[in-house]
Design a protein around this ligand. Sequence first.
Ligand SMILES: [Zn+2]
Length: 60
Amino acid sequence: MVMGCDICGEEDSLLEANHRKMGKVMVCRKCWSELYRKNKMVTGSGGCSTCSSFCGSCGF
Ligand SMILES: [Zn+2]
């Protein structure tokens, strides 16, 4: 079973995001940055405490 992006279905490396309406979703990088840019994600209060490789808070 292959997991795809919850938004576009792309089988890319998926990132976890907290969508304002959909809750916890797995999305591709493209949709992730799209969500971030449109401010559709619930950002954690702790900034980038769980930052691994792609963080919107620290920009890394
Ligand atoms: Zn996507």
